[in-house]
Ligand binder design. Structure first.
Ligand SMILES: O=C(O)CCC(=O)C(=O)O
Ligand SMILES: [Fe+2]
Length: 242
């Protein structure tokens, strides 16, 4: 399987200079994380070369849904699922979006020559891990898991804090790869304080990295019907091997 050319961080990043800003609230929005060429190639890969599935969760229930072919839901069943998810999410945690679990594929040895494999390698290379260590002042980060996500109108992720027993998640990251986005389209990464107010919200701007300490309450706001395109990201957690 031919490998794709590597992806690169922007060489001008100065994470040590941003350490205080990160420490203030345990989060940071870093514009221009990749070279322009790497960001453009990744956006193209998410648009034309990603085998998306639907993923829906309410409480502890999880559905993985093929988006086309014989297993795909009919429009009527899809709408019924949306109604069920809305009903059950009213009382607690829920989400619906599309994803492709890059680390599951790579770690199972299923490399197919996709650019997303080069993204996995970038996130697990010393340059990115050093960037995180320099930004956070934390020597522990050892590796990253990664999934591609696509939020279309009607997609959302309710409040949660990313803690998962035994997963050794230190920081969460979201690399936004949507070329244009308006805040009024929804899909904002919201940070929620103890009173349930939004203390900060990040619009998914192109080629920006959002990074934040785990645990920390956050949500992705509902993507409105008037969003003119999908919200595309690579996201996951920066972890220790424990
Ligand atoms: O896509 C985002 O901005 C955040 C995603 C997230 O919080 C998660 O997947 O746990
Ligand atoms: Fe999260």
């Amino acid at each position: 399987m031919p490998q794709q050319a590597p992806l690169s961080l922007d060489p001008g990043l100065t994470p040590k200079a941003w350490r205080e800003a990160f420490a203030a609230n345990g989060r940071l929005h870093v514009p221009g994380i990749l070279t322009a060429d790497s960001a453009a190639r990744l956006h193209a890969a998410l648009t034309i070369d990603t085998p998306w599935s639907g993923v829906v969760g309410v409480g502890t229930k999880l559905w993985n849904l093929p988006l086309d072919g014989p297993g795909a839901l009919s429009a009527a069943d899809d709408a019924a699922l949306d109604r069920q998810v809305a009903e059950e999410t009213r009382a607690g945690f829920g989400f619906r979006f599309d994803n492709f679990r890059v680390s599951d594929e790579v770690e199972a040895g299923r490399r197919e020559g996709r650019l997303l494999e080069a993204a996995y390698d970038l996130l697990n290379g010393e340059a990115f891990l050093d960037f995180v260590r320099d930004l956070t002042g934390d020597p522990r980060p050892e590796y990253c898991d990664c999934q591609a996500t696509r939020y279309r109108p009607g997609h959302f992720l309710t409040e949660h804090d990313d803690h998962a027993d035994g997963k050794n998640r230190l920081y969460a990251y979201v690399l936004n790869l949507t070329p244009q986005w308006r805040g009024d389209w929804g899909g904002l990464l919201l940070f929620l304080d103890g009173d349930g107010h939004v203390s900060e919200g990040y619009t998914p701007s192109f080629n920006a990295l959002n990074i934040f300490r785990v645990p920390q309450k956050h949500a992705v706001s509902y993507v409105t019907p008037h969003a003119a395109g999908p919200r595309l990201s690579l996201t996951g957690w920066i972890r220790t091997r424990g």
